[in-house]
Design a protein around this ligand. Sequence first.
Ligand SMILES: [Zn+2]
Length: 187
Amino acid sequence: MNIKDTLLQRSHGQCELCTAKTELSVYEIPPATDPDSDKCVLLCDSCKTQIEKTAEINVNHWRCLNDSMWSQTPAVQVMAWRMLNRLSTESWAQDLLDMLYLEEDVKAWAESEVDDDTTPTLDSNGALLSAGDSVTLIKDLDVKGTGFTAKRGTAVRNISLTSNPEHIEGRVNGVRIVILTKYVKKS
Ligand SMILES: [Zn+2]
């Protein structure tokens, strides 16, 4: 039996968070490793897009957690806990969160979410930079270890991002260098 069939059976054919019966699909709870129905929930499109942050959050939609958080399924408890946490500025959500008791291992799972809200890389004007963009230097930069100065106004094409949102990498005078984003402007 595939995962979706298992979940359809477990959930009696409805969204495991809001009980909607349409547009159901399997959601692998991040950080997902091996596909395993115990690590997945069956979600409707509305729940899924809000969880994945591709749709704006509709606070009232999540009143459904009032019921679904009492599910016996750990995967559902984890998603309820995470969503209540996201909504915890709402007093009703905070109240539910206070009532929601999770077994220790389930709690640890709930808290293990990898934060995908990585800080964006922005140029000196606050414009979003992406890999492959071109930027212009807004300041003369002494490039350590190369003995040249990258002049203000130099165009740097095809930049790459780094794990540090304040650093980008690009090629100047044929040398790949790290540049502070506060000294560049997106061109
Ligand atoms: Zn739903």
